[in-house]
Write a protein that binds this ligand. Sequence first.
Ligand code: AHG
Ligand code: MN
Ligand code: MN
Length: 343
Amino acid sequence: MSQRTLTQFLIEQQRKEAALPAQLRLLVEIVARACKTISHCVNKGALGGMLGNLTSENVQGEVQKKLDVIANEKLLEANEWGGHLAAMASEEMETIHLIPNRYPKGEYLLLFDPIDGSSNIDVDLSVGTIFSVLMAPEDVSGRAVTEDDFLQPGRKQVAAGYAIYGPQTLLILSVGTGVYEFALDREMGSWVLTNERMRIPSGNREFAINMSNMRHWAPPVRRYIEECLAGTTGPRGANFNMRWTASMVADIHRILKRGGIFMYPWDAREPDRAGKLRLMYEANPMGFLIEQAGGMAYDGNHRILEIEPKGLHQRVGVVMGDRDEVKRVVDYHHEAGLTKQAI
Ligand code: AHG
Ligand code: MN
Ligand code: MN
């Protein structure tokens, strides 16, 4: 059987009834190409001078890694000239990036987390790139794009995905017709389809949460995890396993492949902050993929994709993965009546 590449897959999607627009196809191909370049940089590591911190901080107040900035540049450079975008936004940039006047403008908005799981770069664990695509509002042609144009709920995404730079480099993509996985074939330089219409396997008793924050969690999250930890002697009557990679891409990828639940909930360390993860660059694109694979994505109380964003760098609590497990956590929140706490 001949291998199907990303290009073939996108052309097939374009020919379907609910045809994938040509500009969106170009956009996905360009993002995938940029991810190929980033993968090369990640692989070079110390040999390419890619490791270590810079002295700068990003808008989130986090120290930037060299690779955060390099990957950000690669994505900007790759996407500026194609004519498919109206503007871009990145976790690593305070304000939006407009398409320079010398290039034509398109109708899409691209948002990205250039390197997710940055703390893993220097210790050679998996990191990734997350991206999200929205349509620019219709009235945008003829005026400058503003930050407000990006503030659309995640259900309006027309595509989302991530690249994972692990033992293999993979691209996980949804254009709203299920979730597809492509592996980078380095000899051929192409993305080859390795998994289609991915579904989150149900019933895997495995949770991903940073346990060191346990004392700061809200009671419903504590209750859920305590019941998991009680194993066969507790109300769940079964033992649970724990995994935490500190790279959302790696943890979500595992959940897509073998099930379980991922949580980075609101906690009391910074009570006014809704969570650690970012709505526009992390929670929305991952929520889109998780839902497309049959799972659920909530902030504890609300469906993530319904949240009306108020700021580009807004944070949010995250509970996503296996439907049954996420539903249980949401029920615990509703039972506790903590509807305001997680937003
Ligand atoms: P980033 O590297 O883009 O800042 O994201 C890191 C995120 C996410 O990938 C991961 O799940 C989480 O932060 C890890 O946080 P802790 O170190 O607090 O566990
Ligand atoms: Mn991230
Ligand atoms: Mn990042």
